[in-house]
Design a protein around this ligand. Structure first.
Ligand SMILES: [Zn+2]
Length: 190
């Protein structure tokens, strides 16, 4: 399965690497190589980063801590202290180096700098009282995203991921219902 970068924030996208948290979770990060691929595909992170198993474990605990804190925000309850400790501790690590070049911004750093950068961007969104964090409207998805739309009317984490699936399911349900109604009509007439 492909990674989705639809949450509007890299830390929330990391949390979204567990799909369908609502019913049958699918973990897209099964190995350090998966994490390396995710980091390479995510915008705003250093390129060519390698991850050993210890860093992989740290990434997974950061991911679950970010998800828990984002859920705390969505449910408007106090932050889980253990998750705060993980996110704050990770953010205190080394940060990526940024350089200006003719080609634009160049960012470099190892996996620990990547995790620290992710924790920092998670903190930035979770600390922002105006950030509208929402849980996807497809119940089984449970992905948390940042709604930046005008009027905050976004319902799905992404149209491809969930919006179109829900709409297609609703369409099929309507078709079934009307087919059922048609098949019942002769019976009802007698
Ligand atoms: Zn969704």
């Amino acid at each position: 399965m492909d990674f989705a970068f639809v949450s509007g924030n890299p830390a929330l996208d990391l949390a979204g690497t567990v799909r369908s948290r609502g019913d049958e979770p699918v973990d897209l990060l099964a190995t350090p190589a998966d994490l390396e691929r995710w980091v390479a595909e995510c915008d705003g992170l250093p390129d060519g980063v390698t991850a050993d198993f210890a860093a992989f474990e740290s990434a997974l605990s950061l991911r679950e801590a970010v998800y828990r804190l984002a859920l705390d925000r969505v449910l408007d309850r106090p932050f889980d202290p253990g998750s705060l400790e993980i996110v704050n501790g990770t953010a205190a690590g080394p940060v990526p180096t940024v350089e200006l070049a003719d080609a634009g911004l160049r960012m470099s750093g190892g996996i620990l700098a990547v995790l620290s950068q992710l924790a920092r961007s998670g903190i930035a969104v979770l600390a922002d009282p105006r950030a509208r964090l929402k849980e996807c409207g497809r119940a089984n998805c449970a992905r948390i995203y940042l709604d930046r739309s005008r009027g905050a009317r976004r319902t799905w984490c992404g149209m491809d991921e969930c919006g179109n699936r829900v709409k297609a399911a609703a369409y099929r349900a309507r078709r079934r219902a009307s087919a059922l109604a048609e098949s019942r009509e002769p019976g009802e007439a007698t």
